[in-house]
Design a protein around this ligand. Structure first.
Ligand SMILES: Cc1cc2nc3c(=O)[nH]c(=O)nc-3n(C[C@H](O)[C@H](O)[C@H](O)COP(=O)(O)OP(=O)(O)OC[C@H]3O[C@@H](n4cnc5c(N)ncnc54)[C@H](O)[C@@H]3O)c2cc1C
Length: 510
């Protein structure tokens, strides 16, 4: 997520503003409600008295961090500031016993809680006014079976640590580009990345996962024991079945890859054909090729200064794939921002890495087939981009290339139902409340909704990616989980019949 606006250098400007972050003080109530329509889900809960918090602190091996701690803001701030709800306390869990202590305490005191690893949930589903169960101290990666290439990742590990550990092992999985995303949220909701057409999505590689369940027991779900629970954790999304304290993944050896990031800065009337050609050409790429195509709408300010919409593509190709040949004539027209024909795998990932910081955004996604992306449809998408009111930040819509190994499994093989598509379409609107007034934010969100509805209706978009949750989706059960929702409810009923784990779009027991 988060397109970079080269014209304004928005990341560097806003990084400075980020230091003032909103965790400290949100603007007026009206603005807060506008920015956070799901707020009622987190309504101020009953909070226990001081003595109960002292009990919890004593029961934990990790620290219980209270609002007067100088680092409280850092521990409690989510990536999407739209949902910067302040918890009552943060329990920094360092063991599965700590997680058990938190759950037992929350049940005893009737305190609401949320579980967080990387804090990158788009819709604020790891925020709470109650107890924030922070898994990030439970971080680590260990090779547990050299022959089968199995690694065990602790439940609170963030991507950057996973990458460094895999680099040392000369191996990889399907992973994203953002260092701060938690492995837990990424894997539980699916997990897309440039390797997915070769290896499947992240959760397809999950062989075991250990969880603390609602009744306080620790179970290890695998193909041999609790296999429906393992199935549910392969795409059934975080925060639904328990607190996952580790994941065992199958990994694959890596050597070198080609990486690229290119853009087309052309006259407006050429963009439609370029986007259409890109989507149709790249669809036929071998499975070792992964890409993301973005259409970036510059900030209002940059547009006023004459900067136009750009189309860009980034990705990687495993050995033996000729990137320029795949792009054909489009390659000659492209400005090559980054192109490395052959680099050691993890060095190449540093070139593609995405640096992010907390700000305000909404993302809306759906799955598409190339055959539905006619020139007329592509032209209509660009016309929508022209009509975007815009904010002080660049925004974008993107096409993540799926297909290949993602489609080797059937929709019911794991909880990740979205098989058989070519592209994951996603539209993002980004803003900064200090510069973008609520009415302008509202205009942009209304524009985004019209755009999204149009793409779903006319390009026959199906479903939505559960790892890009959108609190405004009405039929999220069908969109995230399709035909798998019934089985997910059955698993939920078995492991959490009273919905101890719940959130705005949480799976409900029968
Ligand atoms: C900048 C950015 C880049 C991204 N890039 C990608 C990408 O390349 N590919 C991709 O697929 N997705 C990507 N995403 C989406 C991301 O995978 C999801 O938002 C993911 O759920 C975030 O995981 P997290 O642990 O950081 O989030 P959190 O907010 O901590 O958690 C997400 C959900 O999982 C629950 N949860 C957290 N930890 C646990 C646990 N240990 N056990 C059980 N439940 C838990 C939370 O309660 C919450 O419901 C990106 C998101 C952002 C903001």
């Amino acid at each position: 997520m988060g397109a970079f606006d080269t014209a304004t250098g928005r990341r560097s400007i806003l990084k400075g503003l980020g230091a003032l972050a909103v965790g400290a003080s949100l603007p007026a109530r009206a603005q807060q409600m506008l920015a956070n329509p799901g707020e009622e889900l987190h309504a101020q809960p009953h909070l226990p008295g001081k003595g109960a918090w002292v009990d919890l602190a004593r029961a934990l091996k990790g620290a219980l961090v209270l609002p007067d701690d100088p680092f409280f803001g850092d521990y409690s701030r989510p990536n999407n500031l739209r949902y910067a709800t302040r918890p009552a306390a943060v329990a920094r869990c360092s063991t599965a016993d700590d997680v058990m202590a938190c759950l037992s305490w929350a049940k005893k005191t009737g305190t609401r809680f949320s579980v967080r690893s990387g804090g990158h949930n788009y819709a604020g589903y790891s925020t709470t006014h109650g107890l924030l169960i922070d898994m990030s101290p439970m971080a680590g990666v260990k090779l547990v079976d050299e022959k089968r290439g199995l690694v065990r990742i602790s439940g609170g590990t963030v991507n950057s640590l996973v990458y460094k550990a895999l680099e040392r092992l000369g191996r990889t999985v399907t992973h994203g580009r953002c260092d701060g995303v938690g492995a837990a949220g990424f894997l539980l909701g699916g997990g897309i990345g440039f390797n997915m057409r070769l290896l499947g999505i992240g959760s397809d590689l999950m062989r075991e996962t250990e969880l603390v369940l609602a009744d306080g027991t620790l179970v290890n779900a695998s193909a041999d024991a609790d296999k429906d629970l393992l199935w549910a954790c392969q795409g059934g999304a975080g925060g639904n079945f328990g607190v996952n304290t580790s994941f065992t993944l199958e990994t694959f050896p890596v050597t070198t890859v080609a990486v690229f990031e290119v853009h087309w800065s052309l006259k407006r009337d050429r963009l439609e054909q370029v986007l259409f050609d890109l989507l149709h050409r790249l669809q036929g790429a071998p499975d070792g090729f992964g890409s993301k195509i973005s259409v970036t709408v510059p900030s209002r300010q940059a547009r006023a200064a004459g900067t136009g919409i750009t189309i860009s593509a980034m990705g990687q190709a495993h050995a033996g794939i000729d990137v320029p040949q795949l792009f054909g004539p489009l390659w000659d027209e492209a400005v090559k921002d980054k192109y490395e024909p052959s680099a050691p795998y993890w060095q190449a990932q540093d070139i593609l890495a995405e640096e992010t910081f907390p700000y305000y955004y909404r993302e809306q996604s759906t799955f598409l087939r190339t055959s539905d992306l006619t020139l007329e449809m592509v032209a209509s998408m660009l016309a929508f981009a022209d009509a975007m009111p815009g904010t002080c930040m660049a925004s974008a819509f993107k096409f993540f290339q799926v297909g290949g190994a993602v489609n080797n499994l059937q929709p019911g093989d794991t909880a990740f139902v979205h098989r058989g598509y070519d592209w994951l379409f996603s539209s993002e609107v980004n803003w900064w409340t200090l510069k973008d007034p609520p009415s302008l934010v509202q205009e942009n969100l209304a524009w985004q909704q019209r755009f999204y509805d149009d793409v779903r209706a006319r390009a026959k978009g199906v479903g939505a990616y559960q790892n890009f949750p959108d609190a405004s989706l009405k039929n999220w059960q069908r969109d995230y989980y399709g035909e798998n929702y019934a089985k997910l409810r059955a698993v939920k009923t078995q492991v959490d019949p009273k919905s101890l784990f719940t959130y705005g779009q949480g799976i409900q027991p029968v």
